[in-house]
Design a protein around this ligand. Structure first.
Ligand SMILES: [Zn+2]
Ligand SMILES: [Zn+2]
Ligand SMILES: [Zn+2]
Length: 368
C-alpha cells in the first residue's frame, strides 16, 4: 500500500459514476461533476418576497374570506397561527360519481381523494428557518393530526401525502408560505417501491435498510486501494454524509442523491410511521428541521425546494412492513432543470458530488 490518504479526497477529482439507490435501484443517479453538463439555475439568490403582509394575498390574516371556510384553525379566532382550508383547485376531490374504468389498455382510477392547503404561518414571507421552534412543532403536530383524521375518516383513502412546494422553481403558485396534504385512493409507486424493496432487504439480513444506512453514515470508515498500483481509489470517512444530528433525528445526504442539495431527515430509532412520533420527539425534530433549512438557505442564498413525508401506508397489507420500513422526510432543493436525457433515461444527473455538498452544508456556521 502506498499513498497518503490525506492527499487524495473525492473533491480533487471529477466524479462520473452511476450510484445505485439501495432502496429503489430503478431510481439510481448519475453523479457527473464535470461542469456545463446541464442547464443550471446557478446558486444565485432568487428574489424572495419577505413581506409580512400582502393586502391581496388570500392566505394573509384579515383576508380569510378569500379562502373556503377553514377545516381547522389553530388557535381559533383572528389571531390564528396555522390554518387548513380546502384547495380551490384540487388535484383529487371528494367525488364518488365516476367509477373506475377499463377499456383495453386504457385503465383509469377515479380521482377520488382530498386536497388540503395548510397555511403554515400567518406571516406571508416567513421561511421555515425563520419560524420559531415552537411554531414548527405546532405545524408538525397539525400535519400528524390531519393525516390521522384523513386515514380514519374514509377507508377509500389509501395514502396521505404531506408536502411543500416553496418558490416558483418548486411549483408554488402562491408565495405565502404553505404546505399541502393530498389523500389519495392509491399508494404512490415510489412509496410502494420503498416499502417493497426495504422488505426484501429485511428478509435477507433481518435489518431495516434505513437503520443500516444511518449506522453506515455514523460509523463506516474505509479506504479502498487499487490492487495493482496501491493508489487510493476512494476514502469513506465517518460522518461524511451526516449534515445534522439531534437527540432523536438525523439529517443525511443520500449517497445517490438525485438533486444537488437533496437531504433526508430520519428518526435515529427505528419507526415506520410518522404518526407514532411523540410530542417530545416532534419538538426535537422541529429544531433539527429548522437548522437543516437554515443550512440549505445559507448555501443556496434562498432555497426553493420541495419536501415530502414518506410514512408507512395504512392498511392490513402494510402492517407486515413495520419492521422494514422507516419513515422519513425528503427535502429536494431545485437548482437545476431536468434534461431530455434525464426524462428519457430516468437516470437523474447530479453535478455536485454528494459528499462535497454534505461538507458544505455541514460547514455552515449557524447562529445559536
Ligand atoms: Zn400572504
Ligand atoms: Zn429502521
Ligand atoms: Zn422516501
Amino acid at each position: 500500500m502506498s499513498g497518503q490518504p490525506d492527499k487524495i479526497t473525492n473533491q480533487a477529482k471529477i466524479v462520473r459514476e452511476i450510484r445505485v439507490n439501495p432502496i429503489v435501484p430503478s431510481e439510481s443517479v448519475l453523479v457527473a461533476t464535470a461542469r456545463s453538463m446541464r442547464p443550471k439555475k446557478e446558486e444565485t439568490p432568487s428574489p424572495h418576497d419577505s413581506s409580512p403582509h400582502v393586502e391581496t394575498c388570500p392566505f394573509c390574516r384579515g383576508n380569510e374570506a378569500m379562502t373556503p371556510s377553514p377545516i381547522s384553525q389553530v388557535p381559533e379566532g383572528s389571531d390564528w397561527q396555522v390554518r387548513i382550508v380546502e384547495n380551490l383547485y384540487p388535484v383529487l376531490d371528494d367525488d364518488r360519481e365516476d367509477p373506475d374504468l377499463a377499456f383495453g389498455l386504457q385503465q383509469t382510477i377515479n380521482g377520488y381523494g382530498r386536497h388540503l392547503v395548510v397555511i403554515d404561518h400567518s406571516c406571508h414571507g416567513i421561511r421555515i428557518h425563520e419560524m420559531t421552534k415552537e411554531h414548527i412543532t405546532l405545524l408538525l403536530s397539525i400535519y400528524q393530526d390531519r393525516m390521522e383524521k384523513l386515514y380514519h375518516s374514509d377507508n377509500l383513502l389509501r395514502y396521505v401525502l404531506v408536502f411543500k412546494n416553496f418558490g416558483p422553481a418548486a411549483g408554488a403558485s402562491i408565495s405565502h408560505t404553505h404546505s399541502q396534504i393530498i389523500a389519495m385512493p392509491v399508494v404512490p409507486d415510489n412509496v410502494q417501491a420503498e416499502v417493497r424493496n426495504s422488505a426484501v432487504f429485511y428478509q435477507t439480513v433481518q435489518r431495516c435498510i434505513f437503520c443500516s444506512l444511518i449506522d453506515e453514515a455514523l460509523n463506516f470508515e474505509t479506504t479502498i486501494y487499487n490492487k495493482e498500483s496501491g493508489a487510493i481509489q476512494r476514502r469513506i470517512d465517518v460522518g461524511q454524509f451526516v449534515i445534522e444530528r439531534s437527540r432523536r433525528f438525523i439529517t443525511i445526504k443520500p449517497f445517490a442523491s438525485r438533486f444537488e442539495w437533496e437531504v433526508h431527515i430520519l428518526p435515529l430509532k427505528h419507526s415506520p410511521d410518522f404518526l407514532e412520533t411523540s410530542p417530545e420527539d416532534l419538538a426535537d425534530l422541529a429544531s433539527l428541521f429548522r437548522k437543516t433549512m437554515a443550512r440549505l438557505n445559507t448555501v443556496l442564498g434562498s432555497a426553493q425546494y420541495n419536501f415530502f413525508f414518506h410514512s408507512l401506508p395504512h392498511g392490513p397489507e402494510y402492517t407486515g412492513s413495520s419492521r422494514s420500513f422507516h419513515w422519513h422526510i425528503e427535502i429536494c432543493p431545485r437548482t437545476s432543470i431536468p434534461t431530455g436525457f434525464e426524462m428519457g433515461s430516468g437516470l437523474f444527473v447530479n453535478t455536485i458530488c454528494p459528499e462535497d455538498a454534505a461538507e458544505r452544508l455541514r460547514n455552515v456556521v449557524l447562529p445559536d
